[in-house]
Design a protein around this ligand. Structure first.
Ligand SMILES: Cc1cc2nc3c(=O)[nH]c(=O)nc-3n(C[C@H](O)[C@H](O)[C@H](O)COP(=O)(O)OP(=O)(O)OC[C@H]3O[C@@H](n4cnc5c(N)ncnc54)[C@H](O)[C@@H]3O)c2cc1C
Length: 284
């Protein structure tokens, strides 16, 4: 009860959730949704909270986290079944060590498999949809889980069908290529070195704030608008990478919201481009 969400999000802001609940398996998940429906209580599903900014007044109702069996991974030949609560970075490294190639791009993305499928997370030369065969989704409104093909997931740039219709990713079936562990692990080290150089990893953040508009770089537009290093309260546009807002110690969600609006207005005025958020604001 009254669980501070600043403790459960990578940008370290946010008020309390009324109830913070973990579901260890599908039965528990169904029970939580049934009880919440009976009580008329909303559910907010989160993974590792690395792409969200929770409001300063917190989240009314239940924050639901997957755990237990959803943290398991199974390997069979070139196929991998990963639970939604598996850390993407761990999965990436484990695949690489087993000589399975295709997920190296994901090694530095700090969220879960579920969050990555929801958002079609990607970096460098890859995105989750590249390796997806099918996804097991629980539809709360139908009270059942179904397997959706990659086509049915309607993946796009940082987009999946789950952004239109609320569903819970339970498992990802991925198909990888036959690779060489040493080459894959080397690739991971290279990607991570590039990340350490180009991203403000020593400060709390929620990753890239805006999607890249077609053919453009959101970071470059923000930098060209003269906003690098600009602060509102404890929220600062990173001097390292302008598409990151970092919490320099005492940021509030309100600071971040205001800074996001300021960036959008300034980039519109200077470049005539409308930026669209990649991060998600949740709660109040
Ligand atoms: C330093 C840093 C670097 C980052 N780099 C990248 C990057 O290179 N590429 C990239 O794409 N992202 C990046 N991100 C953003 C983030 O890590 C990804 O979007 C990640 O996939 C979010 O996963 P999560 O578990 O933290 O999701 P959360 O932030 O907890 O949730 C994000 C959304 O996913 C939904 N969700 C979570 N779990 C499920 C589920 N099981 N079923 C359905 N919906 C679910 C939530 O409801 C929410 O709407 C970065 C973030 C940080 C902090």
């Amino acid at each position: 009860m009254n669980e501070s969400m600043a403790r459960h999000t990578s940008i370290r802001v946010g008020g309390p959730a009324d109830l913070y609940v973990t579901a260890e398996d599908k039965d528990q998940l169904e029970q939580v949704y049934a009880l919440a429906e009976d009580a008329g209580v909303p559910i907010t599903l989160l993974g590792l909270g690395t792409n969200v900014v929770v409001g300063d007044n917190g989240i009314r109702g239940i924050v639901l986290i997957l755990a237990g069996t959803f943290r398991e991974t199974m390997f069979s030949g070139l196929q991998v079944r990963a639970g939604a609560a598996v850390r993407l970075s761990v999965l990436s490294r484990e695949c690489a060590s087993r000589g399975l190639t295709g997920l190296e791009f994901a090694s530095g993305i700090p969220g879960t498999v579920g969050g990555a499928v929801f958002q079609n997370a990607g970096a460098y030369d890859g995105q989750i949809s590249d390796v997806t065969e099918s996804v097991c989704v629980f539809w709360p409104d139908e009270k059942r889980a179904v397997w959706l093909s990659c086509a049915e997931m309607r993946f796009g740039y940082r987009y999946s069908v789950l952004q239109e219709r609320q569903g819970v990713v339970l498992y990802l079936n991925a198909r990888l290529g036959l690779g060489d562990p040493e080459a894959s692990l080397r690739k991971i080290e290279e990607y991570n070195a590039r990340r350490r150089k180009s991203q403000p990893l020593s400060y709390p953040s929620a990753g890239s704030v805006f999607k890249n508009p077609p053919g453009l770089s959101a970071g470059r537009l923000i930098e060209e608008a003269g906003l690098k290093g600009f602060s509102l309260g404890g929220a600062t546009i990173s001097p390292v990478h302008a598409n990151f807002i970092v919490n320099t110690g005492n940021a509030t969600a309100k600071d971040i919201r205001m800074l996001v609006e300021h960036i959008k207005n300034t980039v519109w005025e200077t470049h005539g481009v409308r930026l669209q958020e990649e991060i998600r604001f949740v709660g109040t």
